[in-house]
Design a protein around this ligand. Structure first.
Ligand SMILES: [Zn+2]
Ligand SMILES: [Zn+2]
Length: 427
């Protein structure tokens, strides 16, 4: 059958609106709306038959039950639902009424066409409402990860809105010891701050093991400025609670849930965080980041540079220290999972490279050692030997006990590429 014959068969089944008629031929031609397709087919058929083309009001359509007349209404409702939300991109989804979906199948079957000829009601609805919404709000449709997402439930007559998280990247320095990276709930009261009706004695009712955390000193400020409902801190690894993080700082991403503002002034935000943190931590290089920056900071292969204050159990000469560090420089270290590390982590022996080992001898019992090593190298154990579980080690080579008394991380570097790749930023 020709396309006009198909169109006649479709139209003969009852009053059908232009979009519903045209939708059956959605895969034919380009640059047309389905309404234009439907109207054109009706006119062409009428010309061939030398008759007046039929005019069906959308409200009277038996297939969509008049829903195709409401594209503008739905677009306006979407716009109203995000009036006080800042966004650049959106996506519209539609939950089609089951009855309309049945009608679509009946329509096609009645004309001897495949059930899935053309496209579905919901695809057209998404596109037509989306186009109108884009014009109303001067924003762009985005099929990957939009800032806001709508679900139109036609039967329930509701617009569900999802405001997707937004992300801020930066590097932090931790300038005081005994600050964990993320908030650490008290293990006695499980973070509630209470034991029964009494304030918890372990955390003084705060609910936290430590008063401050890098997360607690930064994320709430970002959440506040972006007017979100919650915020989560994602770090590129973490240093020990008692270690400083200085030098290059450590990459992080703060995720803000349901933000009402996204395009904030990052320099001002940086100043706000640093003022709030009162010198306990500081952040720099803040940028507005894409969603996949979270995975990047978590997964990117990174090497670390450390500075360790070391105390020896016996006298060590300057030459002995220099020789021992030369032996560690470029060495491959075998480390059995240290005792102090999370016991849920599988115990295994793994190998890690020491890229560079240097140091400064202070006296027979004290030195400062600088190590640049592959991600995952345990520095305290590299110095102490961890009762033979780390090999080689500084203590093992020297033949004396050696212990780290203070540890700072001075650099975090992407191994194969930099963390700061432009493709991951949105500003
Ligand atoms: Zn219709
Ligand atoms: Zn507690």
């Amino acid at each position: 059958m020709s396309i006009l014959e198909d169109a006649r068969e479709l139209a003969a089944q009852g009053p059908i609106c232009d979009p519903c008629l045209g939708r059956v031929f959605a895969d034919k031609s380009y640059g047309l709306t389905n309404a234009e397709r439907g109207r054109s087919l009706r006119v062409a058929a009428a010309l061939e038959d030398d008759e007046e083309p039929e005019d069906v009001a959308r409200e009277d359509c038996w297939v969509c039950e008049g829903e195709c007349a409401r594209f503008d209404d739905w677009a306006e409702r979407c716009a109203e639902s995000v009036e006080d939300v800042e966004f650049d991109t959106y996506q519209v989804g539609t939950r089609a009424p089951p009855l309309v979906e049945e009608n679509e199948v009946l329509l096609r079957e009645g004309a001897g066409l495949p059930d899935d000829a053309g496209e579905l009601f919901k695809s057209e609805f998404n596109r037509e409402v989306g186009k109108r919404f884009g014009r109303l709000t001067e924003t762009d449709v985005e099929f990957g990860r939009p800032d806001v997402q709508f679900l139109l439930d036609i039967d329930a007559d509701t617009v569900e809105v999802e405001v997707n998280s937004t992300f801020v990247y930066g590097r932090y320095r931790k300038l005081e010891r005994d600050i964990p990276q993320t908030e650490w709930p008290c293990n006695k009261c499980h973070g509630s701050g209470y034991l029964g009706k009494q304030p918890c004695d372990k955390c003084d009712g705060t609910g936290y093991m430590y008063q401050d955390s890098v997360e607690g000193l930064s994320a709430p400020v970002v959440m506040d400025v972006m007017d979100g409902t919650d915020a989560k801190f994602h770090g590129a690894g973490r240093e020990d609670v008692d270690a400083l993080m200085v030098g290059t700082g450590r990459p992080f991403v703060i995720e803000v849930m349901e933000p009402r503002r996204r395009n904030v002034d990052v320099e001002r935000l940086e100043g706000d965080i640093n003022a709030f943190a009162e010198g306990k931590i500081e952040v720099e290089g803040l940028r507005l980041a894409e969603y996949d920056m979270v995975e990047r900071v978590k997964e990117l292969n990174a090497s670390k540079r450390y500075r360790a204050e070391v105390e020896f159990g016996d006298d060590v000469s300057e030459t002995e220290l220099t020789d021992a560090l030369e032996e560690l420089d470029g060495a491959t270290i075998e480390q059995y999972t240290p005792n102090r590390v999370d016991h849920r982590r599988a115990a295994l022996t793994r190998t890690r490279e020491v890229f560079e080992a240097t140091g400064e001898w202070e006296n027979e019992r004290h030195a400062t050692v600088e190590i640049h090593g592959a991600g995952g190298l345990y520095i305290k154990e590299l110095v102490s030997g961890d009762d033979g579980r780390t090999n080689p080690s500084l203590a093992g080579i020297l033949g004396v006990d050696a212990e780290v008394t203070a540890l700072d991380v001075t650099g975090v570097y992407g191994v194969d590429e930099e963390f700061e790749d432009e493709a991951f930023f949105r500003d």
